[in-house]
Write a protein that binds this ligand. Structure first.
Ligand code: KG4
Ligand code: ZN
Length: 354
């Protein structure tokens, strides 16, 4: 066990350095006691991949190599710390792109070995969940954390899942997507509409001038289960686009974007509420890149049945603050990873280290 610093009188202070490189963001952050964020650095590769309309894996891993140590240095500097002040290094070990994950994992291993700092492999999805605990260290009053049991909706580019979180680090997956993830649906529909990558923000922007009732897109029923399905919705948009093309009419991009966004939000909110009632959740949590969507946030915050926790915008899309926050829970739980830790490109949330 590392020495635990004592800041004021008795309260032990645990500082975790988080490292994230699972997809197209190279990120590092320092967090204190799992919540108070001292620094949060994200080097995005969006411009690099935009011309390909999606993430180009080989370019992503090479760009991580170029930036990772500078990003880590910057995170330590912004926190006014060196590695000597860090109690553990938490790094995303999966899910994600293997070639990208390996860059963060190897950087973390190198630092852990050189400075004899404990290493903790973190599940990226667990990170998204813990993004709801993060707050900037300089605010006067820390916000209350979500109350267990939590119904957590995870919606990102690779995943759409409903998880019941009974207590810290305990997850029961109730449903997931049968085809496209919510973020993937945003990205694919954006492409159909000629909007730029990443699709979520582009659709949100286009939708602001659109009528959400202009088109009635299907809401997949998935047999009353808590699973999601977005491919039918995507196909419905494709069919509509083709009709406009056939008739050589201008595509009503704003109206389609707004109607599509409403359909996705409806499904996500209704399923989450249904699950929250069925499992008697005390709070709702929405996380992952799609939780940055304004219409989704408004819909969840507008319902009055459950308290809702949605991370601040800065912690919705991929970042290392959330990895450090999840790493802190693992650290307190006693989880440690060895230098033989491998990346896990597919990595279900239920996995517990050590
Ligand atoms: O969590 P994230 O940054 O990366 C993964 O772990 O996948 O999520 C990225 C996804 C992309 O599909 C992107 O289009 C979507 O999140 N996204 C949004 C918004 N911002 C990002 N979707 C809808 N509305 C947004 N404002
Ligand atoms: Zn993510």
């Amino acid at each position: 066990m590392p020495e635990v610093n004592t800041k004021s009188s008795q309260r032990p202070t645990v500082r975790i350095l988080g490292i994230e490189s699972s997809c197209d963001e190279t990120a590092a952050a320092v967090i204190e006691n799992g919540r108070a964020l001292l620094s949060n650095v994200v080097a995005t590769q969006i411009d690099l991949h935009a011309k390909y309309g999606g993430v180009f894996p080989e370019l992503a891993s090479r760009q991580h190599i170029r930036t990772i140590y500078a990003v880590i240095d910057q995170a330590l500097q912004q926190a006014h710390m060196t590695l000597e002040d860090i109690d553990a290094i938490a790094v995303t070990m999966g899910p994600g792109l293997a070639g990208s994950l390996v860059v963060g994992v190897n950087a973390a291993k190198g630092l852990a070995l050189a400075k004899n700092i404990p290493l903790i492999g973190v599940n990226h999805l667990e990170g998204h969940i813990y993004s709801a605990w993060v707050y900037p260290a300089d605010i006067a009053e820390p916000p209350a954390p979500p109350e267990f049991p939590i119904m957590a909706l995870l919606v990102s580019g690779g995943h759409s899942e409903l998880n019941l979180v009974n207590e810290h680090l305990s997850y029961q997956r109730l449903g997931s997507t049968l085809d496209d993830a919510a973020g993937e649906a945003f990205d694919k529909v954006a492409r159909l509409l000629g909007l730029s990558y990443p699709g979520g923000p582009s659709i949100q922007k286009a939708a602001t001038d659109g009528n959400p009732q202009a088109f009635s897109f299907p809401r997949a029923k998935t047999d009353g289960s808590f699973d999601f399905s977005f491919s039918g919705l995507k196909t419905a948009v494709l069919r509509l686009v083709k009709e406009f093309e056939k008739e050589q009419k201008a595509l009503p991009v704003a109206d389609i974007a707004a109607s599509f966004q409403t359909a996705v939000v409806d499904v996500l909110l209704n399923k989450t509420l249904k699950a929250a009632h069925a499992y008697q959740a005390k709070s709702l949590l929405v996380a992952g890149g799609v939780s940055a969507n304004r219409a989704l946030r408004e819909a969840f915050l507008g319902q009055t049945e459950f308290p809702v926790f949605i991370p601040a915008f800065a912690y919705c899309t991929d970042n290392a603050a959330m990895i450090a926050a999840a790493g802190y829970q693992r650290y307190m739980h006693g989880d440690r990873s060895g230098l033989e830790m491998d990346v896990q490109p597919t990595f279900p949330l239920s996995y517990i280290n050590g």
